[in-house]
Each structure stands twice: as structure tokens, then as C-alpha cells.
Design a protein around this ligand. Structure first.
Ligand SMILES: [Zn+2]
Length: 241
């Protein structure tokens, strides 16, 4: 995973910066508060304002170690710009993503180290997470709903650390995806996300500061996808406090 500004400054959603490179409809910025998505998390969206106008930031493309910010209009901003992240989109993705971690932790613990095979967070406060769970009774999975909300009520803090990828590989349970290990940052390290007292795993996404900031979460549906995979759909309930 690349090391993004938002990893170190998750609360900075707006800043002034300079355009390093531009082509019609896209810019590279000196500093960026945006999370470009990945690992099932949707990319941030936001706005970019410069001396000649304003446009929306609608997507991201990584190339040659740089992140191109795709713009809604075929403009070529230059000089000093002000960018801001859509706070509602970021908050909803962070909340859902934190919930996905909690579910993942409970599945890992309950079903002997079962790994994730895929995840997709949606724009409508729901997500799907696929687990490698051959021969598991879906009622046992459904029963995790109560524990999920118990963890939310416990308000466990979320903390971060960076460690060398090789050290992360050596510690069972830190790399939780069946198919992919997160690519390390330029210095060879990966980011470890800890829900204190519950779970530690490598992840480059955005999260709440503690589980208690989440709304209640429901397991909506469980589908069998092939012999090995269970697809669990989860959804946040109610309006955010
Ligand atoms: Zn995460």
C-alpha cells in the first residue's frame, strides 16, 4: 500500500496545495487529502478550486508512483489550488469499513482463521464481504450479528502502526486476504490497523477512531458462492449521531 497523507492525517479533509502536473481533466498535486480507494473501499470524492474556477474530483489513477486526480471537467488547473474531501462520503466509507473489520475479526476468531476472499463497500451504507468458509452452517454466521453490535457498544479504539512486510508475513493473522497481500509502501512497510482488544491486520483503508462511533450494523443476507465462499451482506442501521 502506498503511504497516503490521509493515513497520517485522517482528520484533515481540506488543504491548500500546488499542482505539480496537469493534463485536460486531471492533476497531480503536491499534497492530497484524498483516499483513492482500494481493498473494496470506494475512493473519496471532493472539490478542487483554483484561481480560474472550481471543479469536482471524481476519481484517481495511480501511475509511476504518482496519483492523478480525475476532474469532472476537461480543465487544466495550475498554481495553488484548494482541495476538499466530501466528508459524508468519507465518513460513511470509514464507518462501513470499520464494521467490515469487526465482522472479519469475529469470523476469523469463530471459524479457525477463515480468510477473506473479497470485499466491496457500496455507496448505500451496505457492503459485501466474501469469506472462505467451506461447510459452515449459515446460521452460525448469522449469529455473529449480536457480537458485532456488542463490539460497537464497547467503543474499542482503533490504532495504527507500520511494520516491514516480511515481519507482517511472519505473524499469523496479520495478512487476512486469501488472494492478495497489500503491496508495501516505498520503504517496504505495511500499515497495521488494530482494533484494540479485538483484532490486528494489514490495511490501507480509512476507519473510525473507535468502534462506538458506528451506527448499529446488521447482517442482511448470506449467500453461498460456490463450495468455499460465503458472501455476507452487512448494512448500517439508522442515521448517524
Ligand atoms: Zn481497514
Amino acid at each position: 500500500m502506498s503511504r497516503y497523507f490521509c493515513h497520517d492525517h485522517p482528520d484533515v479533509l481540506a488543504l491548500e496545495t500546488r499542482v505539480l502536473d496537469a493534463r485536460p481533466g486531471a492533476v497531480v498535486l503536491e499534497q492530497s487529502p484524498f483516499h483513492p480507494g482500494g481493498g473494496g473501499q470506494l475512493p473519496d470524492r471532493g472539490r478542487l478550486t483554483w484561481h480560474a474556477g472550481e471543479t469536482r474530483v471524481v476519481g484517481f489513477d495511480a501511475a509511476d508512483g504518482r496519483v492523478w486526480h480525475r476532474l469532472a471537467d476537461a480543465v487544466e488547473p495550475s498554481g495553488v489550488v484548494r482541495v476538499s474531501v466530501d466528508a459524508d462520503v468519507r465518513a460513511a466509507q470509514s464507518e462501513l469499513h470499520t464494521g467490515a473489520h469487526v465482522l472479519n475479526a469475529l469470523v476469523y476468531r469463530t471459524f479457525d482463521g477463515a480468510l477473506i476472499t473479497g470485499a466491496q463497500l457500496n455507496d448505500d451504507l451496505t457492503a459485501r464481504i466474501d469469506f472462505d468458509l467451506p461447510g459452515v452452517d449459515n446460521d452460525r454466521l448469522r449469529a455473529l450479528d449480536a457480537e458485532l453490535n456488542d463490539v460497537i457498544r464497547q467503543d474499542l479504539p482503533v490504532r495504527y502502526a507500520w511494520m516491514p512486510l516480511e515481519a507482517a508475513r511472519a505473524e499469523p493473522g496479520l495478512l487476512r486476504s486469501r488472494s492478495v497481500a497489500p503491496p508495501p509502501a516505498a520503504d517496504g512497510s505495511v500499515r497495521i490497523v488494530e482494533i484494540v482488544g479485538l483484532d490486528r491486520q494489514a490495511c490501507g483503508g480509512t476507519h473510525l477512531a473507535s468502534t462506538g462511533q458506528s451506527r448499529p450494523l446488521r447482517i442482511l443476507k448470506i449467500d453461498n458462492k460456490g463450495r468455499h465462499n460465503r458472501r455476507v451482506r452487512i448494512g448500517l442501521v439508522g442515521t448517524r449521531q
